[in-house]
Design a protein around this ligand. Structure first.
Ligand code: NAG
Ligand code: NAG
Ligand code: NAG
Ligand code: NAG
Ligand code: NAG
Length: 766
């Protein structure tokens, strides 16, 4: 062996030694896998610390990336990305800049992962991973914690996950899983935390979950789980259960003693709160708001030793709270608003005691400082009786009959009494009260500061509008001459419209629509109640309703909604020049747009829950005899929920907004566009307009002149116009996350209007 050979041998030995010492912790095949994962994930910035195969992957870590190793194997892999799910609609295809590219394959990604055979912790969050989660994930049999939240996974949750016997934590929230939840686990499972929140999971609640006795925390909120729930008492370790924002509609199930936090808001739960909830001594937070729960809440709930948060809002709770009711010293927040409670508030729930927030608007409670935000007692007791009459049972049928007759008689007496004895005064008093109701309490400061405006519009003939009430079919037939053809006004997605005149002389528009079968009467009335609460000077007011037929099995149940009549036609007709007479100049257009933006802002924020899908378009903007703009057809998605039908008889097709009516800001953008450029007319012109809008602010400074309506050009100041063009462009942006809020839009319009007013003397016009 020559000297050179010796040197070579020594040198190669040194290389082998140094490689193995650098990566003393890890087999080279494991390194290979990690580097392949980096490639699968398309070289995200946070993985730049994995430079190459010579990097000691087990010891480089950052706040976003962590690898732990043991006995030459990777045992923990945590990568936190920055691709948070921003879209609401995901159709299973890659989205540039949000998901990984079209060439990403979930199958080969998981196949690569599965080679990390000793992995105990796997957390890959917000990395834009997309595709169905393959069954082969179960090959990671040593896994104890699996977190794939905030990605773009869809399809079903692979049933074979149940064979991963060591799994303790499964987090698949904020994805797009859209099938039913399979029967995943059984009593031998060790699962402690299950989070499937914010997906699109459908079907019934998987009752196999109730056999996983180790479970501590279940979160399936914000899905579309429907049907009923069974007894949860078997889950003896359960501390937190979140099922809010689903479509569950049974009564509330029994709960285990260990429970600390229970969230079931925004479902359709009915019946009473089970008595034993008052004995859940570990309970700290309970939220049952926005359901159809009835009866009285167990008094013990308020006094549970550790209770801090209690939300019973927007149900149908009735009866009164006991005056000597005790509250736990821990209790910090109680919301009993929008129920049917009567009587006074217990001392421990008045604001005088301790630092406790109490919300109680929208009941029939008495007490001096409360009265402004409360209904008359009859409102609560009526609903109470109706509720009772729908309780099922064999003998109850007979009782129901008798009760109904009594109710009808009582109502007749009340109606007659009101009409003949009390006259208009009482009604006006009540009306004033509702107006006050709607402009204080839960509403935004912006609307409260507009109170002066409300007062002025009240003088413009709103005082004759009666409170929302139930009408009989006979009254409506009389008002419309038995729905005579001459009173028929047209038809759209939300049913047929008739013109009518009530006995009291008020002109109304009556909308007739079939009742969706998916609602129970209680739930439906609750929804109507919500709609009726929406009173705003720029909303066409709902005056009442009438339900014809029995809700339930029959298909032909109809609902009639009675609206105030707004007589001067739609904004669209004036924009298209189809109407003789009035021409809207730029300031007048701005004023209409501001009114409608205020109405939309009210719909979004004036109420909880807000009303978001309002199918905004210019032919839903109506003008009254004082040229005041009012929005119609708002909020109906909560009772109809059929928003996809384009081309229903009578819908006009030449308006821009037929495109997409799902997002209010987006469709408001098209209203702005129409106010700027007139109705689109044809696809070709539409494309030209959108094109010109897009190139605004770039080199073609004057391209807008070709599209902006000549009336606008002649009457606007340039700056004012540019403010509106720029906010319009933001509203109609294809990416929903980059659109402004309606508040922003309103602000910009008001600013544009001010600019217009200060330059209106003519010399700055274009
Ligand atoms: C689930 O989503 C995918 C992708 O959008 C779609 O192809 C599939 O039809 C959906 N499945 C169901 C049951 O809706
Ligand atoms: C989206 O990605 C493209 C390149 O694919 C890039 O040019 C563009 O700036 C990105 N957009 C955003 C908003 O990040
Ligand atoms: C629970 O499920 C696992 C995996 O599917 C199975 O091996 C086990 O036998 C089941 N245990 C019981 C008690 O059903
Ligand atoms: C209430 O909370 C305290 C501390 O948070 C705890 O020590 C106590 O056991 C709890 N009481 C009950 C009845 O759960
Ligand atoms: C208690 O105070 C809060 C805020 O100060 C108020 O919103 C609420 O209506 C008050 N409740 C009662 C019962 O006075």
């Amino acid at each position: 062996m020559g000297f050179h050979d010796l040197v070579l041998l020594f040198f190669s030995a040194w290389i082998v030694f140094s490689i193995s010492s650098c990566n003393a912790q890890l087999q080279s095949s494991q390194i290979e896998v990690l580097l392949q994962l980096k490639k699968h994930l398309e070289y995200p910035k946070q993985l730049e610390i994995w430079k190459d195969r010579w990097t000691d992957l087990c010891s480089v870590s950052s706040t976003l990336v962590d690898v732990s190793c043991k006995d030459n194997f990777v045992t923990e892999l945590i990568i936190l990305g920055d691709k948070q799910t921003k879209v609401r609609d995901f159709d299973g295809f890659a989205i540039p800049n949000q998901t990984l590219s079209q060439s990403f394959s979930m199958d080969s990604f998981v196949a690569t992962l599965a080679r990390l055979t000793n992995l105990r912790v796997l957390s890959l969050v917000s990395l834009g991973i997309w595709g169905p989660l393959p069954d082969s994930i179960h090959r990671l049999f040593a896994l104890e914690h699996l977190d794939l939240s905030s990605n773009y996974l869809y399809g079903s949750i692979p049933p074979k996950i149940s064979t991963m016997a060591k799994l303790k934590t499964l987090r698949l929230g904020d994805n797009f899983f859209n099938e039913t939840i399979p029967n995943l686990f059984n009593s031998s499972s060790n699962l402690r935390v299950l989070s499937l929140k914010n997906n699109r999971l459908k079907g019934p609640f998987p009752h196999s979950i109730l056999s996983i006795t180790a479970l501590v925390d279940i979160d399936i909120s914000s899905n579309q789980i429907s049907g009923s729930l069974q007894d949860f008492t078997g889950l003896s370790s359960l501390e937190q259960l979140d099922l809010s924002k689903n479509k569950l509609d049974s009564s509330l199930p029994s709960m285990p003693k260990a429970l600390k936090r229970l969230f079931v808001s925004r479902n359709s739960f009915s019946g009473e709160i089970p008595k034993h909830y008052g004995q859940l001594i570990n309970l700290q937070q309970l939220d049952v708001s926005f359901n159809a729960l009835t009866g009285t809440a167990p008094a013990e709930l308020f006094a549970l030793p550790n209770i801090t948060y209690l939300n019973l809002a927007s149900n149908v709770f009735s009866g009164s709270l006991q005056n000597h009711q005790k509250c736990s010293s821990q209790l910090r927040f109680v919301d009993i608003s929008y129920n049917r409670l009567v009587g006074g508030l217990p001392y421990c729930m008045s604001n005088k005691s301790e630092n406790r927030v109490i919300k109680c608007d929208g009941n029939c409670l008495s007490g001096n400082e409360l009265q402004l935000h409360q209904h008359a007692v009859s409102y609560c007791t009526e609903a109470h009786m109706i509720k009772k009459s729908y309780r099922p049972g064999i003998f109850v049928g007979v009782i129901v009959g008798i009760l109904m007759i009594i109710v009808v008689l009582a109502l007749c007496i009340v109606v007659v009494w009101k009409r003949y004895c009390l006259g208009g005064m009482q009604e006006q008093h009540l009306l004033n009260k509702t107006v006050q109701d709607s402009y204080s309490g839960a509403f935004s400061p912006d609307l409260v500061t507009n109170a002066r405006y409300v007062f002025e519009t009240a003088k413009l003939g709103r005082e004759d509008l009666p409170m929302c009430r139930t009408y009989s079919l006979e009254e409506l037939k009389e008002a419309t001459n038995d729905f005579d053809n001459s009173t028929f006004m047209g038809e759209n997605l939300y049913g047929k419209l008739y013109r009518g005149k009530l006995e009291s002389g008020i002109q109304v528009v009556i909308r007739c629509l079939p009742l969706s079968k998916k609602y129970s009467i209680r739930n439906f009335k609750l929804r109507l109640d919500l709609l009726a609460k929406l009173r705003h000077p720029h909303l066409v007011s709902l005056l009442g309703h009438c339900i014809d037929g029995v809700i339930g099995e029959h298909n032909d149940t109809k609902v009639y909604l009675v609206y105030e009549s707004v007589s001067n036609g739609s904004f669209q007709t004036y924009l298209s020049g189809n109407s003789s007479g009035k021409i809207f100049n730029w300031s007048e257009r701005l004023s209409v747009l501001i009114s409608i933006a205020k109405a939309v802002h009210f719909l979004h924020t004036g109420m909880i829950p807000g009303f978001f899908k309002n199918r905004l378009k210019t032919n839903n903007i109506l003008l009254n005899e004082y040229w005041m703009a009012k929005l119609s057809d708002y909020g109906l998605s909560i009772i109809s929920e059929e928003t996809d039908a384009c081309g229903v008889n009578g819908e006009s097709h030449n308006s821009w907004q037929m495109k997409k009516l799902e997002d209010d800001v987006y469709s408001f953008g098209f209203i702005l566009l129409e106010a700027l450029a007139g109705p689109s007319g044809s696809d070709k012109r539409e494309a030209a307009v959108l094109n010109a809008m897009a190139s605004f602010n770039s080199q073609h400074q004057d391209s807008w002149k070709e599209i902006v309506d000549p009336v606008v050009q002649a009457t606007c100041s340039r700056e004012s116009l540019f403010i509106v063009i720029s906010i319009t462009n933001k509203c109609i942006s294809p990416e929903s996350w980059s659109r402004p809020s309606i508040e922003d839009v309103l602000w910009n319009l008001q600013y544009a209007s001010q600019v217009q007013a200060t330059t209106a003397d003519g010399d700055q016009r274009t």
